[in-house]
Design a protein around this ligand. Structure first.
Ligand code: AVI
Length: 331
């Protein structure tokens, strides 16, 4: 794959196939996941347009402390973070979302550099447009070059970007990867950066279980809706007949692996047809589809993640309850 246009010309695009490949990947993963025992689906399937909008709603729920806690850390420490990162003039954000917290970093970077380039990276055009509009209206001095790319599979484009780089990977998105996959992702990221470049990594920390369970099973039912939306997506994209009312949102704390798990539990014995995949799936009452893991970290888990990826921990910033951490890692 190659960048289809010069990075200086605005939007960066991967090859023409990038719009087609994910669908084929989705079909393969739905087939494999629903044929497996226990049944599972990859969490990236949550993020169609409806799922992305539901996730935005989740970030505003009182029970979902992650976003507000991380935001408060950035509000307090963004200037210190940017100083500690050194003289980075190119700021890259993986899984850019709406770039709310990033604005704090960009503002702090502008205090230290007259010219800053911001590269939000996401598979979703929609998220990138929102990020671009926000930065253009609030910080017109920053030059924004959105990059449409699946950062979970490749980083090669990043190595061609000029200047000292600071990568933001925040929101505890790393927590949705299995530990080996998380280390491998960070290690591939490290290989595409140069010595002296750095990464700000946001991680949700272990805390009392009742707080964790409420964050993923909110009283307004938004997270339940977000979880069930994956079945609506499979109905629409693969001509399936999941009856959403026959599945229940189910959240568990897995102490051994230090993670919150989301499942969809079949309320009854039932058979579901996924016509486009020529697949029939039988469910026993109470049988589940495992849809997401969200790892909750300890300082030693962050240390292992960093050392497995060949990165050095330089500094960590936390809120006063130690519920969330933002760690500066150096290449
Ligand atoms: C995107 N990610 C960090 C969220 C999390 O907390 O693991 C996804 C999410 N799942 C349910 N609520 C939010």
């Amino acid at each position: 794959m190659h960048a289809g246009s010069s990075w200086a010309s605005g939007w960066l695009r991967m090859s023409v196939n990038s719009a087609v490949l994910p669908l084929e990947d989705d079909a393969r993963e739905v087939l494999r996941g629903l044929s497996a025992r226990p049944k599972m689906l990859p969490p990236r399937l949550f993020y169609d347009a409806a799922g992305s909008a539901l996730f935005e709603q989740i970030t505003e729920l009182p029970e979902y402390y992650l976003t507000t806690t991380e935001q408060a850390i950035f509000e307090q420490y963004a200037p210190a973070m940017v100083r500690a990162a050194g003289s980075a003039s190119t700021i890259i954000e993986l899984g850019a979302g709406t770039a709310r917290k990033t604005m704090l970093v960009l503002r702090a970077a502008l205090q230290q550099h007259r010219s800053i380039t911001f590269i939000p990276v996401d598979v979703s055009h929609f998220a990138l447009e929102m990020a671009q509009q926000r930065v253009a209206s609030e910080l017109p001095q920053v030059s924004v070059h959105p990059l449409v790319m699946d950062y979970t599979s490749k980083f090669s484009t990043l190595s061609r970007l000029p200047g000292r780089k600071l990568v933001l990977y925040i929101g505890s998105s790393i927590g949705n990867f299995e530990p080996m996959a998380a280390s491998s992702l960070l290690s591939r990221l490290r290989s595409s950066l140069a010595p002296g470049d750095s990464l700000l990594l946001g991680t949700d920390m272990q805390k009392p279980v009742d707080i964790l369970l409420r964050a993923y099973d909110d009283s307004a039912g938004v997270t339940a809706h977000f979880n069930l939306n994956v079945l609506a997506r499979i109905n629409r994209e693969f001509d399936a007949d999941f009856d959403l009312a026959s599945f229940a949102h189910c959240v568990r704390w897995n102490r051994r692996d230090s993670r919150i798990e989301m499942h969809l539990s079949s309320r009854i014995r039932q058979r579901v047809c996924i016509n486009d995949l020529d697949l029939t799936v039988d469910f026993a009452p109470g049988e589940t589809i495992h849809t997401e893991n969200s790892y909750k970290f300890t300082p030693s888990m962050i240390s292992s993640l960093a050392s497995n990826a060949g990165l050095t921990i330089e500094q960590t910033w936390c809120d006063e309850r130690n519920w969330f951490a933002v760690t500066l890692l150096r290449v």
